[in-house]
Design a protein around this ligand. Structure first.
Ligand code: HEM
Length: 97
C-alpha cells in the first residue's frame, strides 16, 4: 500500500528534527512528525522533544487507546537500522574428498 507511511527512516535522520517547529520521534518502530501536534499535546512539548527514540517514554506515560489511535495520522515512515558494511564473505573452503 502506498499510503506514504512506509518510507524508511534512520534514527540519525529522526535526530535531525528535534525542535518544536520540526519535531520527529520514533515510537515502536514507527516514525512520527509531531510538528503540528506538539502545541496541543497534553503532555507538553518538552516531553516529546526529549528523545528521538521515545518508545520507553511513550510507554512509561501509559498513553490511552485514544492516543495510540491518534498517532497514526502523524506517521511518516518506519524506523530502519543502518546496516553495517558487510565484509565480503570468504571463499567457500575447498572440500577434498
Ligand atoms: C507520538 C505521538 C503522541 C501522541 C499522539 C500523544 C498523545 C497524547 C494524548 C492524547 C495524551 C492525553 C492522555 C492520553 O490520552 O493518554 C498524552 C499525554 C501525555 N503524553 Fe503524549 N503523545 C505522543 C507522544 C508522546 C511522547 C513521545 C511523550 C514523551 C516523551 C509523551 C508524553 C506525554 C505525557 C507526559 C503525557 C501526560 C500528560 C498528563 O497527564 O499530564 N507523549 N499524549
Amino acid at each position: 500500500m502506498t499510503d506514504g507511511k512506509t518510507r524508511e527512516i534512520t534514527l540519525a535522520e529522526v535526530k535531525e528534527h528535534t525542535t518544536a517547529e520540526d519535531c520527529w520521534v520514533a515510537v515502536d518502530g514507527k516514525v512520527y512528525d509531531l510538528s503540528d501536534y506538539i502545541d496541543i499535546h497534553p503532555g507538553g512539548n518538552e516531553s516529546i522533544e526529549a528523545e528521538a527514540e521515545a518508545t520507553k517514554a511513550y510507554d512509561f506515560v501509559g498513553h490511552s487507546a485514544y492516543a495510540n489511535k491518534m498517532m497514526d495520522q502523524y506517521q511518516i515512515g518506519i524506523l530502519v537500522e543502518v546496516k553495517k558494511e558487510e565484509p565480503p564473505s570468504p571463499e567457500e573452503p575447498e572440500t577434498f574428498v
